[in-house]
Design a protein around this ligand. Structure first.
Ligand code: PHB
Length: 390
């Protein structure tokens, strides 16, 4: 009789010890430098989730540790991920603004028994690099496909495509071209710009010379998008009646005051707008506004991080806090919830987020401020880029 009691006692003792752990989440993002607004939004989104939900999952306590990769730097991202897994003992990795930084970490996941939640990086192929990757952001295939139809239906038949020459730009170029030509339009020229480009005048001249009625553009959101949209205006394309289209990276809310009239009326398609009207977004904006300090700094990267924390919380719940990346990822396949951006789910096959994509137009509010006004919804969009990524 004695032995089973001792065994049972030991089992309870063991499980209660195992359950009362600190579960570390390592977040890699641009915490400083030219893209620091996005590191700030990762942190604010995560802090908002913790403020609204607490840091306890059962008896386990979540602790988030941050590492800074200011610009795309796969070697630095990999080294920091290794340090987080081996020295910090993180069970989960999150964040990842840039595609190359996310790609560089995927080979470490299986060996480290670590699940990774991509909170921004938007190249379709990332989820195919490891079964332990889940993404709560978007892909540029997802966000660039609907704008092609909008451009064509709006009477624009000839477009020049201008994208940054790396993963998400190449995906955006292919996505736009596929949808625009299927609709009956023509992409007259496709130009890929180096990541470091900040003088856009020569490109704008080429766009003017191409005879296109519209420009399709993708650049990673930050100082380059700001410079690009300004250059479009300053080089006379807007006043010549040429239309600028793109996914919403081009008109992220923190840039709107500086863009002002240059962006007014611009149409973009995206998964999230700060102005989205819903009770969930109202609560989110309040919490994320407090976390970030200045609500004018809120950008789309906050929602990817906020939903990423929800996914990680479900993973911790399913594993009881034990490190089991496969079980953690399995638990969120098919998970659906109402995000501040609208209804979303994790596609069980791709582990990428299915979501609404909204058409928005840069509008002026009564108080003179600019915002992305949602005007149309493309419901339940999966990632059309996955077939291309295989
Ligand atoms: C990416 O590197 O995948 C990326 C970065 C910034 C964006 C979108 C995608 O705005």
């Amino acid at each position: 009789m004695k032995l089973p009691i001792i065994a049972a006692l030991a089992a309870t003792l063991f499980s209660s010890v195992a359950a009362a752990d600190t579960i570390k989440v390592g977040v890699i993002g641009p915490m400083s430098g030219p893209f620091a607004i996005h590191g700030k939004n990762f942190k604010a989104g995560i802090d908002a989730w913790l403020a609204l939900n607490g840091n306890k999952i059962g008896d386990n306590t979540i602790e988030v540790v941050y590492r800074d990769v200011p610009q795309p730097d796969p070697a630095q991202s990999k080294a920091l991920a290794q340090e987080l897994v081996v020295k910090e003992g993180v069970q989960y990795l999150g964040g990842f603004m840039f595609t190359p930084d996310a790609m560089a970490v995927t080979p470490l996941l299986k060996q480290g028994n670590v699940a990774m939640v991509v909170m921004n990086a938007a190249t379709s192929a990332i989820v195919t690099k490891s079964p332990y990757v889940v993404r709560t952001s978007f892909t540029t295939w997802q966000t660039s496909t609907p704008i092609a139809k909008v451009a064509f239906d709006g009477g624009v038949k000839k477009v020049i495509s201008l994208v940054t020459d790396y993963g998400p730009g190449v995906d955006a170029e292919n996505a736009f071209k596929a949808a625009f030509t299927a609709a009956g339009g023509e992409v007259v020229e496709s130009i890929r710009m180096p990541l470091a480009t900040n003088d856009f005048s020569p490109i704008m001249q080429r766009a003017k010379d191409s005879g296109a009625q519209g420009v399709f553009a993708f650049l990673p959101s930050g100082p380059t998008t700001l410079g690009f949209v300004k250059a479009f205006n300053d080089n006379g394309l807007k006043s010549a009646g040429i239309k600028l289209f793109g996914p919403g990276d081009l008109t992220q809310e923190p840039d709107l005051p500086a863009l002002g009239e240059a962006a007014l009326g611009m149409q973009t398609t995206f998964h999230y707008s700060v102005s989205h009207v819903s009770p969930e977004n109202k609560a989110f904006i309040e919490a994320v506004g407090k976390a970030i300090g200045n609500p004018k700094d809120i950008s789309f990267t906050s929602v990817g991080a906020y939903d990423g924390m929800y996914v990680i919380s479900k993973m911790i719940e399913a594993t009881g806090g034990k490190q089991d990346a496969e079980k953690a990822v399995d638990a969120v396949k098919g998970l659906s919830w109402t995000s501040p951006r609208g209804p979303v789910s994790i596609d069980p096959e791709s582990r990428h987020i299915t979501q609404n994509i909204y058409l928005r137009e840069v509008a002026k509010a009564d108080d003179g401020s600019y915002y992305n006004k949602e005007t149309r919804t493309f419901e339940k969009q999966g990632d059309p880029g996955l077939a291309a990524a295989k």
